[in-house]
Design a protein around this ligand. Structure first.
Ligand SMILES: Cc1cc2nc3c(=O)[nH]c(=O)nc-3n(C[C@H](O)[C@H](O)[C@H](O)COP(=O)(O)OP(=O)(O)OC[C@H]3O[C@@H](n4cnc5c(N)ncnc54)[C@H](O)[C@@H]3O)c2cc1C
Length: 290
């Protein structure tokens, strides 16, 4: 029994390392000032797919929608044992809200052919909406299990997964094909394989290959066989331009406000037995602990 899997991954600005110039004067993110990274939970999503491939066999296709330099996270996916990588990129996709993003992604997924399981991260660290996974499942008309921290059982036609909910866990069994959104709790992503780095360090899109200068191509012995990152525009995925990018995005940003959180009253507790005892005593006095 083997599975056809698709993983959706997003390149994001590294919002964990915000410095002074991270925001522009208008309150939007200054993407140039922040390094672009693999959205952290998408690495967890990829890891789940690769684990299934290791245990049951199958094929892992990784798709990202983004600008041409988003090919970097597809190279990183190849380093982690993905089989096929696709960059969905076209000027027409610019300005997409989550609805237009999930439309383009669902059209690209359809074009890949048969699929049993689609993996997303739970949430992207820049947009933070956690909408793209569920919307993509809706558009494909398939089941979804969100916030998955453990895949408990995989059978020919069904998947059972544990999902985090507020204050506990829920176990859901769904018929395949199913889309899962994966949390950081699910696994520790494997490091890139040295063998795969050597094999794919010059993996690129046909567009990147066209843009290289002849001397570089010759010095690195690059040829067409390195253009393994597929590049799909709106025509290749059969997307209606009216539903893509800004044209297909009903969300309008009305106003952006920069919120600076002020320091609230705080109390430092000594990391000692006496410190702990005084904390417990205080909590009991205030009836927080019974
Ligand atoms: C009016 C408007 C205009 C916008 N214009 C732009 C713009 O010009 N450029 C821009 O970069 N952003 C733009 N955005 C932001 C864009 O909508 C979001 O980045 C995008 O839809 C993903 O939403 P999210 O970041 O909340 O992802 P989430 O929903 O939090 O992501 C969940 C998961 O979905 C998958 N996923 C999300 N996005 C992608 C993707 N692109 N490719 C593959 N998988 C993905 C990943 O698995 C991810 O972990 C705009 C938003 C609005 C509202």
């Amino acid at each position: 029994m083997s599975y056809q899997m698709v993983v959706l991954v997003k390149q994001v600005p590294d919002t964990h390392n915000i410095k002074g110039d991270a925001m522009k004067a208008d309150g939007t993110v200054n993407r140039q000032a922040l390094p672009a990274i693999f959205n952290p939970e998408d690495l967890n999503a990829l890891e789940e797919a690769i684990k299934i491939k290791d245990n049951y066999g199958g094929k892992v296709t990784v798709i990202t929608m983004g600008p041409p330099n988003a090919s970097q996270i597809l190279r990183e996916s190849l380093f982690r044992n993905a089989d096929r990588v696709i960059l969905v990129s076209d000027r027409i996709f610019a300005g997409a809200d989550t609805l237009a993003t999930s439309y383009a992604l669902s059209m690209a997924i359809r074009k890949t052919g048969n699929f049993d399981i689609i993996f997303c991260g739970r949430q992207a660290i820049d947009g933070d909406t956690a909408q793209v996974g569920p919307q993509t499942a809706e558009k494909l008309g398939i089941n979804q299990i969100t916030c998955v921290n453990k895949i408990m059982e995989l059978k020919k036609d069904t998947i059972t997964a544990e999902r985090s909910i507020e204050g506990g866990y829920e176990i859901i069994k769904a018929k395949l094909p199913t889309l899962l959104t994966i949390t950081a709790e699910a696994n520790t992503p494997r490091p890139a394989s040295a063998k795969k780095i050597l094999a794919y360090k010059h993996a690129m899109t046909p567009l990147e290959l066209d843009g290289l200068d002849e001397a570089y191509i010759q010095s690195k012995e690059i040829d067409e066989s390195h253009a393994v990152i597929e590049l799909w525009g709106h025509e290749q995925i059969g997307a209606n331009p009216e539903q893509c990018g800004l044209a297909g995005s009903p969300t309008k940003v009305k106003e952006i406000e920069s919120v600076v959180l002020g320091a609230r009253e705080s109390k430092k507790i000594e990391g000692s037995k006496a410190g702990l005892e005084s904390l417990v005593k205080e909590l009991m006095t205030e009836h927080i602990l019974g």
